[in-house]
Design a protein around this ligand. Structure first.
Ligand code: BGC
Length: 251
């Protein structure tokens, strides 16, 4: 088992990576960030991933997280990234720029692994735990007794509330707060409607909320507007969750 793995988080605006100490779940060097090339085609992104590995002169295992369904290395959906990813064998493609074939997984699944192993989920592994990340989209990671059920994509649920009928992330993602110039309270109202729906479907024991809103200052403005039957907690690893979780997945 490797003790250090390079974690890389491929996002819509930035591609970030750092070597991660697996025992501690901490970055062991400053993370390196390169803006996501536009268009973010698989080839253009692969080049950046290679540049990040080169930056750290990396020779060992690598884990990569990206915002889409990933099964056995192949990407199946691309809601907020270049459509060219659909059908791409990311593991094979990224292998060309890395020292070893990487483990590739969904970004929310990676963040969930990081939280369950090192963060807010580590004391709540028993039973079912759901991490929801609020950013450009809504990501989800579902665990039962600490085991991940990958690719749940609950941000793409169609749901009907008093005011909305359609895809959940088009209504309640953090991006909607900015796009629709919503107050924290108005956005929390949307998130609450979504949480109610998700709780009705899955009844998890614990819900972790990730994304920018999990930062302590933000959570203090926002968290008290939400109420769930599940224990509700902010995620702890914030910006580094994708990197740490991608590395953990490659363990
Ligand atoms: C994607 C998910 C991703 C989430 C957060 C969604 O639009 O479909 O795969 O986890 O955004 O990035």
């Amino acid at each position: 088992m490797a003790s250090k793995v390079l974690g890389i988080d491929i996002g819509g605006t930035g591609i970030k990576g750092a070597p991660v100490h697996l025992k501690r779940g901490e970055l062991i060097a400053d993370r390196h960030r390169i803006p996501t090339p536009q268009p973010a085609t698989p080839e253009a992104v692969a080049e950046v991933v290679g540049a990040i590995a080169k930056h750290f002169d990396w020779k060992g295992p690598v884990g990569c997280a990206l915002p889409g369904v990933v099964r056995h290395g192949t990407v199946y959906t691309a809601a907020n990234i270049d459509k060219g990813w659909v059908g791409t064998n990311a593991k094979k493609l990224l292998r060309k720029v890395l020292p070893e074939p990487p483990v590739v997984l969904n970004d929310a699944d990676a963040a969930g692994l990081a939280e369950v192993r090192y963060g807010a989920g580590r004391r709540h592994r028993r039973g079912s735990l759901l991490l929801l990340t609020f950013g450009t989209g809504i990501g989800s990671a579902l665990f039962h007794d600490g085991d991940l059920v990958p690719n749940t994509e609950l941000g793409h649920l169609h749901f009907l509330s008093g005011r909305h009928s359609g895809i959940a992330e088009h209504y309640a993602a953090a991006r909607q707060r900015e796009d629709d110039a919503l107050s924290w309270e108005a956005w929390a109202d949307r998130v609450q409607a979504y949480l109610d729906y998700v709780e009705e479907l899955l009844n998890p024991d614990t819900i972790l909320i990730g994304g920018g809103v999990s930062k302590l200052k933000r959570w203090s403005q926002f968290g008290h507007h939400l109420s769930t039957r599940a224990k509700l907690l902010p995620a702890e690893l914030q910006n580094n969750a994708g990197i740490v979780g991608a590395a953990a997945a490659a363990d």
